[in-house]
Write a protein that binds this ligand. Structure first.
Ligand code: ADP
Ligand code: MG
Length: 255
C-alpha cells in the first residue's frame, strides 16, 4: 500500500528545475526520511505535493487518487497535511485559537448554517474545543494554550505546527525540518509524538538534517541533490553510499 506516489514530477522557477523529473513512493505506515544538501529541492517537492507550488509536469497520487490539480485546501481535506520549514502561526492569536482555526470545514464558517442552526454550531464548537485541548495535551502545549503563539519558543512553535495539522486528522503528514532550531529535549518530545502517531497508523514523510533523527527513526531514507533523487534505501545503506557522501561533500556524519 502506497500513501504517496510521485511520478516524473518537475517543478521549475524560471529556468531552474528545483525538482527535476522526480519519481518516488512513500509506503503507507512508514516514517520515510528525505535528506539532501541545501538547495536540493526538498521543500519544493513538498510544496508541489501539497499544492503550494505548481508542477510543470508529472503526477501525484495520495492513496491512489490523483491530487496534483487540487488546491492546498482540498489536499488537506483528503488527509494530507504539511508543516512549513519556517512555522507560520497567527502570532497575535492564542495557541488554542490557532488550533481552532485549523479545523477544516467548520459549519460556523458558512453564514447560513450559522444563522439557521446556532445550537448545532455551538455544539460543534464545543466538540472542536475538546479536540483542541486533547491535542494540546498530546503535544505538551496545554500549559501555553492561552499564550499568544508568537511568544512561544522556536521548539514550541514546531510542536504547534504539528498540533495544528492534527486537528484535520491527516493520514499522511509531511514535516519540513521539524527538529531545526529545536532544543534536544523538545526534539525528543517531537520524535516520541511522531512515533506514537505512526503506531496509530499515520504515515510520515520527513525532511530533516538532524542525522540522529533520520538514521534512528526514518526507514527508508530518500536523498535528493540538484533536484534529482540520488539515493533510496535503509540508514545502513545510506552511510555506506558513496554517491550520498559526495553530495554532502563528505560531511555525512558517522552513525
Ligand atoms: P531544499 O529545501 O532542499 O533546501 P528548496 O526546494 O528550498 O531546497 O530549493 C531548491 C532550489 O529552488 C534552490 O536553488 C532555491 O534557491 C530555489 N527556489 C526555491 N524556492 C524558490 C522560489 N520561490 N523562487 C525561486 N527559486 C526558488
Ligand atoms: Mg528546505
Amino acid at each position: 500500500m502506497l500513501a504517496l506516489e510521485i511520478d516524473h514530477l518537475t517543478t521549475a522557477f524560471g529556468a531552474l528545475r528545483a525538482v527535476d523529473d522526480v519519481s518516488l513512493a512513500v509506503a503507507a505506515g512508514s516514517i520515510t526520511g528525505l535528506i539532501g544538501p541545501n538547495g536540493a529541492g526538498k521543500s519544493t517537492l513538498f510544496n508541489s505535493v501539497v499544492g503550494a507550488a505548481v508542477p510543470l509536469t508529472g503526477s501525484i497520487r495520495l492513496h491512489g487518487e490523483r491530487i496534483d490539480a487540487l488546491t492546498p485546501e482540498r489536499v488537506f481535506r483528503l488527509g494530507l497535511a504539511h508543516t512549513f520549514q519556517i512555522p507560520r502561526p497567527f502570532a497575535e492569536m492564542t495557541v488554542l485559537e490557532n488550533l481552532m482555526l485549523a479545523t477544516p470545514g467548520q459549519a460556523g464558517e458558512r453564514f447560513w448554517s450559522a444563522l439557521l442552526r446556532p445550537a448545532g454550531v455551538r455544539r460543534q464548537e464545543r466538540a472542536i474545543m475538546r479536540r483542541a485541548f486533547e491535542i494540546l495535551d498530546f503535544t505538551t502545549l496545554a500549559a501555553v494554550a492561552g499564550s499568544a503563539a508568537g511568544r512561544l519558543s522556536g521548539g514550541q512553535q514546531k510542536l504547534l505546527e504539528l498540533a495544528r495539522i492534527l486537528m484535520g486528522e491527516p493520514r499522511l503528514i509531511l514535516l519540513d525540518e521539524p527538529a531545526a532550531g529545536v532544543n534536544p529535549a523538545l526534539t525528543q518530545v517531537l520524535i516520541e509524538k511522531i512515533r506514537e502517531l505512526n503506531a496509530r497508523g499515520m504515515t510520515f514523510f520527513v525532511i530533516e538534517h538532524d542525522m540522529d533523527f533520520v538514521m534512528g527513526h526514518c526507514d527508508p531514507i530518500i536523498a535528493m541533490a540538484g533536484g534529482k533523487v540520488i539515493f533510496e534505501g535503509s540508514s545502513r545503506e545510506a552511510v555506506n553510499d558513496p554517491g550520498l557522501r559526495d553530495a554532502y561533500l563528505g560531511e555525512l556524519p558517522h552513525v
